[in-house]
Design a protein around this ligand. Structure first.
Ligand code: ZN
Length: 270
């Protein structure tokens, strides 16, 4: 599982790093790996550290007033090292009139002292890409539409030799499901319990077969938010209750090349 890696650096001569340390810890609390360069780094040292540490983003902090020259220099140094794909963001005591100037110089965004760590973390997650932050721990399960569990289960248990973990009725979806464990993942057989069930309609239209693929995620609400921001449409943007009290949400196949993906957050562990 790749974590987002952030370099926090303080270019220039100012000798206070409490703010930078607070930010570093705050981002760690959001599950990121943070490398702090320490005080008084030159733009070249910062760029070099960013590459060596293979970070996804560089955060610069400045209280000295030298940000107008030092922040753009870090961007330039990264360019010299062919690493201009690493975005640079900045923060500290920065007058409003300097923000547009710095953004023109290639700093992606400036956070002023009024911004919260939560805002900063959310921005970094969007910037680096939602897939990086443990979106894809594993396939939770593959959903298969069947007309009858009773009729289908023996193929999985007797012929494939899988273990039937349990049967469950999910009222919100009008289905009965059977889970069969295969390695880290499962097959989820879904039998419609009423003609209102999406599974009933699926079988009517396309016959029995693979219905959806579920991806195991943590913090489903924030995954939905960041995927939505990236243009993915959801069938339900509010998570619903799935099997085993999991929280689930379906992406619309129109925005995922025809595959019905489910996000699935297992609540309270396994
Ligand atoms: Zn499912």
């Amino acid at each position: 599982m790749a974590k987002i890696r952030v370099l926090i650096a303080k270019p220039g001569l100012d000798g206070h790093d409490r703010g930078a340390l607070v930010i570093a810890q705050g981002l760690r609390d959001h599950g990121m790996e943070v490398v702090y360069t320490g005080l008084r780094q030159s733009p070249a040292q910062i760029a070099k550290a960013a590459i060596q540490e293979d970070v996804d983003v560089v955060g610069l902090s400045s209280l000295s007033g030298a940000h107008r020259t030092l922040f753009p220099k870090v961007v330039e140094e990264l360019k010299l090292f062919n690493a201009s794909d690493i975005p640079v963001i900045g923060g500290g005591v920065i007058p409003a009139e300097d923000i547009a100037f710095l953004e023109k110089q290639g700093i992606k965004k400036i956070f002023t002292s009024g911004s919260s760590i939560d805002e900063l973390a959310a921005y970094i997650i969007d910037l680096v890409g939602p897939m990086k932050e443990e979106l894809t721990k594993k396939i939770s399960h593959i959903g298969i539409a069947v007309k009858s569990l009773e009729h289908s289960i023996p193929f999985y248990t007797k012929i494939l030799g899988l273990n039937l973990e349990g049967l469950e009725e999910i009222e919100s979806e009008n289905v009965k499901v059977a889970f069969l464990k295969i390695g880290e993942s499962r097959f989820e057989l879904l039998e419609p319990t009423s003609v209102d069930s999406p599974i009933y309609k699926f079988i009517e239209k396309r016959g029995e077969g693979i219905h959806h693929i579920a991806i195991d995620v943590e913090d489903i609400e924030s995954r939905i938010r960041s995927l939505s921001k990236n243009g993915i449409q959801f069938i339900n943007t509010e998570p619903k209750l799935g099997a085993h009290h999991s929280k689930i949400a379906f992406m619309h196949p129109k925005s995922t090349q025809g595959v019905l993906f489910e996000l699935c957050e297992e609540v309270g562990g396994k």
